[in-house]
Write a protein that binds this ligand. Structure first.
Ligand code: NAD
Length: 489
């Protein structure tokens, strides 16, 4: 299909490329045109167990390598990713259907994050403090958990790989990464680069395959000490159950139904710009996508019209000049169309979009028209279900107090944004909103590698990645008490 993506994507186990033991494969298609890209290994429990054993074997040596040296090796990996950024971005673009330009931005973000964590090898701070007892000292150190099982979504594949692999490895864990089945080559090329730069065999294993097969086997494996998952809330819940039974550490970065509030004093041009980016960029496949647009009654009709006008101008396709591309697969597209249809039956009004895009250019891809919907109840299925596509609902509110109530009326609590010129409103919002990230006068957007990201309620289990906060997920704190005897000096 392409020189960059081999016809078959194998696993990386113990430093070697391996097909699944049973030889089963899955076909991967390009979302922009429905054409086959490659096959990937369909791994099952046996493959996963082999990968975990390889990780287990390599872990003690990796943990014994000083963190500064681990950091130097990870820095080499980051630099080689930088040298190959254009190839990585092309792979991301082919696998996801997003534009090369967007894929390159994502790749550069992943490299920044990789550099940030490589540098953590020189820090890995913990506390040293006083003791109540004379001649006794209290010192904390960070130790690796052991084998880290990492499971990721396909929406921003290279960013998702970097978010988990780098913090897990800098802390001295060996890794088994279960790549997303829709973006196998992005994970595979990171494995290839890791091997080239000398990451020791077994430290970074990458398993391809389906969630309920390879993913579930990884979560259940008793030798996996920490599981970090980025994906949907229902799958996160089953992972928490399985891991909870064996008391494994779990970090869950889950879904969102993110509100963007437009007050009557908002700079409307700026608010329109950010609604479009927040709701429709990456075809709405962002956990942080704004899917609930809450607008003050006083400006609702005017703002809606502006939004419709600008939505109709969006360019759809996989090219650099396009605003949004396809969604990741046919199943995802069909789910969205079904939920929109059923909302219509309950009285929802489609303001714009609501359909699959047809026409010669789009007919074989998985293109959902950017969609705005109104007249839906805040408790309707479409208001409380994450659609993970370019679909947002509009809601009308009469004042600030009722807007805060509606913003927080959600099972999720990941990100939120307010548009206002009033400092007091902005501050009140940032204090009262139930979310892990609050943004003033921009989008539900723009988290940075050195800052913690994560959500409340059903958006996660309280952990935060990335930033230095992710270090808490991938390390165990040990408290060491040192008693000295000054008489023996
Ligand atoms: P998904 O939950 O279906 O799949 C995510 C990953 O989990 C895939 O690798 C899949 O193979 C695996 N998986 C599926 N079932 C499994 C099981 N039973 N056991 C173990 N692993 C399993 O999610 P998706 O549709 O691929 O991704 C979209 C979701 O990811 C959205 O809900 C989105 O909000 C979320 N997401 C969250 C963040 C965040 O940081 N909070 C970031 C990106 C995406």
């Amino acid at each position: 299909m392409t020189d960059l993506i081999p016809d078959f994507i194998p696993n990386w186990i113990d430093g070697e490329e391996k097909p699944s033991i049973r030889g089963d494969v899955i076909e991967k298609k390009n979302p922009a045109n429905g054409k086959r890209v490659c096959n990937l290994a369909r791994s099952n429990k046996k493959d996963v167990d082999e990968a975990v054993n390889s990780a287990k074997k390599a872990q003690a040596m990796w943990a014994a390598t000083p963190a500064v040296q681990r950091g130097m090796l990870l820095h080499k990996l980051a630099m080689e990713m930088k040298a190959k950024r254009e190839s990585i971005a092309q792979i991301v673009a082919i696998e996801t259907g997003k534009s090369y330009k967007e894929a390159l931005g994502e790749t550069d973000g992943a490299i920044s994050l990789a550099i940030f964590y490589a540098s953590e090898g020189q820090r890995l701070y913990a506390k040293t403090t006083t003791s109540a007892v004379p001649n006794k000292y209290a010192v904390m150190v960070r130790q690796p958990v052991g084998v880290a099982g990492l499971i990721i979504a396909a929406n921003t594949p290279i960013a998702n790989v970097a978010w988990k692999v780098f913090p897990a490895m800098i802390c001295g864990n060996s890794v088994v990464l279960k790549a997303a089945e829709d973006t196998p080559a992005t994970a595979w090329i990171v494995g290839a680069i890791a091997s080239d730069v000398g990451i020791p065999p077994g430290v970074l294993n990458i398993v391809q395959g389906l969630g309920h097969e390879a993913g579930a086997a990884l979560v259940a494996n008793p030798h996996v000490g920490v599981i970090s998952f980025t994906g949907s809330t229902p799958v996160g819940r089953t992972i928490a159950e399985t891991a909870g039974k064996r008391l494994a550490k779990v970090s869950l970065e889950l879904g969102g139904k993110n509100p963007l509030l437009v007050c009557d004093d908002a700079d409307q041009d700026n608010a329109v710009k950010w609604v479009l980016l927040s709701a429709f960029s990456n075809a709405g496949q962002r956990c942080a996508s704004a899917s609930r647009i809450i607008v003050f009654d006083a400006i609702y009709d005017e703002f809606k019209q502006r939004l419709v006008d600008e939505t109709q101008k969006l360019k759809i396709g996989p090219a650099d000049g396009d605003d949004l591309g396809p969604v990741i697969n046919q199943k995802q597209l069909s789910n969205m169309l079904e939920i929109v249809e059923s909302a219509k039956k309950r009285g929802a009004a489609i303001v714009v979009g609501g359909n699959r895009i047809d026409g010669e250019k789009y007919k074989d891809g998985y293109y959902m028209a950017p969609t705005l919907i109104e007249n839906v109840d805040p408790d309707d299925e479409i208001s409380v279900t994450e659609l993970f596509g370019p679909i947002a609902c509009l809601y009308r509110v009469i004042d600030f107090e009722s807007s805060i109530a509606l913003v927080n009326h959600s099972p999720y609590g990941l990100t939120a944004s307010i548009h206002t010129q009033n400092f007091n409103r902005a501050w009140e919002f940032s204090q009262k909103v139930q979310s892990g990230v609050a943004v003033i006068n921009a989008g539900t957007y723009g988290s940075e590698p050195h800052m913690p990201f994560g959500g409340l309620k059903q958006s996660g289990n309280g952990t935060r990645e990335p930033g230095t906060e992710a270090i808490d997920i991938y390390s165990e704190l040990k408290c060491i008490y040192i008693n000295t005897d000054p008489e023996k000096v």
